[in-house]
Design a protein around this ligand. Structure first.
Ligand SMILES: N[C@H](CCC[C@H](N)C(=O)O)C(=O)O
Length: 258
């Protein structure tokens, strides 16, 4: 079967997008998805996303990590799926869609920036040198100095595979506070099992954690793949009205025989 795919990236977090409104692509083929995401033997991507029809929504986003397994919410992928839906003519500048963690609203502005509403965060675990919270995906956040020099792969993998997390896994973010409370964030992603250029739910989690250190909404974040913003309001136990704001770009189209 000849399948058209679309390649998208959001601050360097890259995805294979497939229009699966006719449900021709089997979502249970983890080997195929992993093979397509492989950077030398396949197309290469941090994840694969199926855009599907869903009653009551503009569309559903079905996200898989590069290992071929279903992932939890993906923030950069969410913005890319909104842009993809726009390219397909499914939406104009506003979207209401379903993802792994529930409903999401999004809007695209005239400059092409996409503002994606994230689910409320009900609680944040605070440890001696870390924060742990779920922004649609689980995120461990640690503030460090000299982030440019840090071995994010080795340090992130140690935390992801420690006794607490090895079963379920976690994404691991390292953040450095910079002048004017701007953040520099690097993330080791579960399911990719490597550092990615950017992680949207990770940047969101890190911005919320940074608010305990004095950062105020909207927080500006630099990742290896570009800049993002996170807006939010604090509640007694967590956060509400959380928005992840940034670009999502179409890269190319191709065909595969599967
Ligand atoms: N890159 C994604 C996060 C994917 C989460 C995934 N790695 C998982 O834990 O299932 C983002 O932009 O939010």
């Amino acid at each position: 079967m000849n399948v058209t795919f679309y390649k998208y990236q959001g601050t360097g977090n890259d995805f294979i997008m497939i229009d699966n409104r006719h449900l021709f692509f089997a979502a249970d083929n983890a080997n195929l998805i992993a093979q397509l995401c492989e950077r030398r033997m396949g197309i290469g991507a941090d994840g694969l996303i199926l855009l599907q029809n869903r009653e009551g929504y503009d569309f559903e986003m079905v996200y898989f990590n590069a290992d071929g397994r279903p992932g939890s919410m993906c923030g950069n992928g969410g913005r890319c799926t909104v842009q993809f839906a726009k390219q397909l003519g499914i939406i104009k500048e506003k979207a209401f869609f379903l993802a792994a963690d529930g409903d999401h609203y999004a809007s695209v502005d005239t400059a092409g920036q996409i503002s994606l509403k994230m689910n409320d965060v009900q609680q944040v675990e605070t440890g001696a040198d870390y924060y742990y919270l779920n922004t649609g995906s689980p995120h461990y956040v640690q503030f460090v100095e000299a982030l440019e020099q840090l071995n994010v792969f080795a340090e992130g993998r140690d935390i992801r595979y420690n006794n607490r997390f090895k079963q379920e896994g976690t994404n691991v973010n390292f953040a450095q506070l910079q002048p004017e409370m701007h953040l520099f964030v690097r993330t080791y992603e579960r399911g990719v099992e490597d550092e990615t250029f950017s992680c949207g739910t990770g940047v969101t989690a890190t911005a919320l954690a940074a608010s305990y250190k004095g950062a105020t909404s909207p927080v500006s974040i630099r990742t290896l793949g570009g800049n993002l913003q996170v807006a939010f309001e604090a509640t007694p136990t967590g956060f509400t009205n959380i928005y992840l704001i940034g670009p999502a770009q179409y890269v190319f189209t191709g065909f595969i025989e599967v």
